[in-house]
Every structure is written in C-alpha cells, then in structure tokens.
Design a protein around this ligand. Sequence first.
Ligand code: 5GP
Ligand code: MG
Ligand code: MG
Length: 183
Amino acid sequence: MDSSHVEHDLVNILFTEAQIQQRLGEMAAQITEDYAGRDLLVVGVLRGAVMVMADLARAMPVHLEMDWMAVSSYGSGTKSSGVVRILKDLDTDISGRDVLIVDEIIDTGLTLSWLVNNLSSRSPASVEIATLLRKPEALSMPVEPKYVGWDIPNEFVVGYGLDYRERYRNLRDIGTLAPHVYS
Ligand code: 5GP
Ligand code: MG
Ligand code: MG
C-alpha cells in the first residue's frame, strides 16, 4: 500500500466497515422499537459522532429530528483534560422532547455524564445515550448508555469519526495506530 494512504498507519483493525454497519442496524432496530410513536430528537456530539449519526439515523425508518452539540473535553492528544465546555449549543428547545444523545465512544464518561446533566436541566421528557463504543473506565462513572455497540479494551482507537490530532476520522474501519505515528 502507498505509504501516504491513511490506512497505512493502522496496525490492528478492531471493527470493519461491514461489522460497524451490521451493529448499527441492530441498534437502530432497537431504538426504533423503543421510541415507537414518540417524537425523537437525536443529538449528535460533534465532531466524532458524525459518521455514527449519519449511519444510525439512516437505519431508522421513522420520523426524527437531528441536532448537534459540540463540547470539548480533550485536547489535541490522547489524554482527557478533565474540563468540559460547550463550543456549540443545540438550536432546538428540548423541553418535553425525547432526546437521544449519539456519541462514538465513552472513555472516562466525563463528557457524557456532564452532557446528560446539562440537557436534563432543560426539562426534556427523557434523555438517553447511544454510543458505538465504550471503554472499561466508563463502567465506574455515573453514565449509563441505553444503547452500546461494543465494549472495547482500554486502547486508543481511530477511524469512523474517531481522530488522532484531527486525522483518521475518514477511515471506514476502526483500529489502533502504529507506534510510529505517535513518535
Ligand atoms: P470521555 O469524556 O468519555 O473520557 O471522552 C469522550 C471523548 O474522548 C470521545 O467523544 C472522544 O472524542 C475522545 N476519546 C476517548 N477515547 C478515545 C479513543 O480511544 N480514540 C479517540 N480517537 N478518541 C477518544
Ligand atoms: Mg464524541
Ligand atoms: Mg478527538
């Protein structure tokens, strides 16, 4: 493979494009069933959740609305700063709405537990979370996603929306980076 090709930097693929689509289809079916007859607002967490939102929403053959929030909890590297800030708020008034937050990964759970608290204070009918990936540390946080694609080991993964220094989001698969990328 050409060394300029972005996939060249992946050493280990955890989930292929096909596996991701299959799992999102299963999650979408469950969500569609659970929210039948309700007025669903799906909130994507920018920027990592863009791919998950696009595919999950299209796998749900029901009326729904989509909105986006941007929060920051990480710097440009691989470690959490422990600080959550709203960079872009919702455009939608969520009072009385059934809100489903869509994210690509829960690591420490800091971002989403903060976000659930924040959105809950706006009088929604409900707030739930769908995440494609969850790491072990999140299990000890007060954040309980209703829908989880996979639990994964405590490794830094990229692809399918997940970045390292804003790169690799456009990979179709999810995997880990070769050590040479970090050095
Ligand atoms: P948390 O607040 O749960 O610790 O982290 C949430 C955010 O950290 C995710 O939305 C994502 O942006 C980033 N993050 C956590 N783990 C990973 C990872 O393994 N790979 C990448 N690329 N980002 C991660
Ligand atoms: Mg995210
Ligand atoms: Mg990131």
